[in-house]
Design a binder for this molecule. Structure first.
Ligand SMILES: [Zn+2]
Length: 161
């Protein structure tokens, strides 16, 4: 996993998060949802990836990219950018404070928001696409052979009958 590699390269233990790591996250964020400020616990926290983990954004499951939030915020945020979503949950000084808290966290964990993984991942997705197509074609071929065999058997039975 790239995330684990990135954690270890920065001198952190792999981000799971286990219970201890969840506590660490909660302590940093004062036991509050980083977006709406609702109190959350190890049991109720949801993990949000600031930079989403998809082929367009390529965020990592690693220290500095995962923040604690409540389940409602996690569901509501969906694919919107975290700052845009934060602005729907807080205003004025509260908004500034929460934005700073998140930015401090990212900086503190030395997560580089400009990691240019897309140069590599772009190729990766193309490669996976090719492999997937090869596998699909192989399955089709196997299915075709199986069907051909079944038809031949059917014909054989009909011929016998
Ligand atoms: Zn929330």
């Amino acid at each position: 996993m790239v995330g684990q590699f990135y954690d270890e390269a920065r001198g952190f233990p792999k981000f799971v998060p286990n219970k201890r790591q969840k506590k660490e996250l909660l302590e940093f964020f004062d036991h509050q949802c980083c977006y709406c400020g609702r109190l959350i616990s190890v049991e109720t926290l949801s993990q949000d990836h600031l930079i989403p983990m998809n082929k367009d954004h390529l965020g990592l499951h690693a220290w500095g990219n995962v923040v604690p939030c409540c389940k409602d915020c996690n569901n509501a945020k969906q694919h919107s950018g975290w700052l845009k979503f934060l602005a729907t949950q807080a205003k004025g000084k509260t908004l500034d404070d929460r934005e700073n808290k998140i930015l401090t966290f990212v900086e503190n964990r030395r997560y580089d928001p400009n990691l240019q993984l897309s140069d590599y991942a772009g190729n990766l997705y193309a490669d996976v696409g090719e492999v997937a197509m090869t596998l699909i074609q192989l399955r089709y071929k196997q299915a075709e052979e199986a069907i051909t065999q079944l038809l031949a058997n059917d014909l054989g039975i009909q011929n016998d009958g």
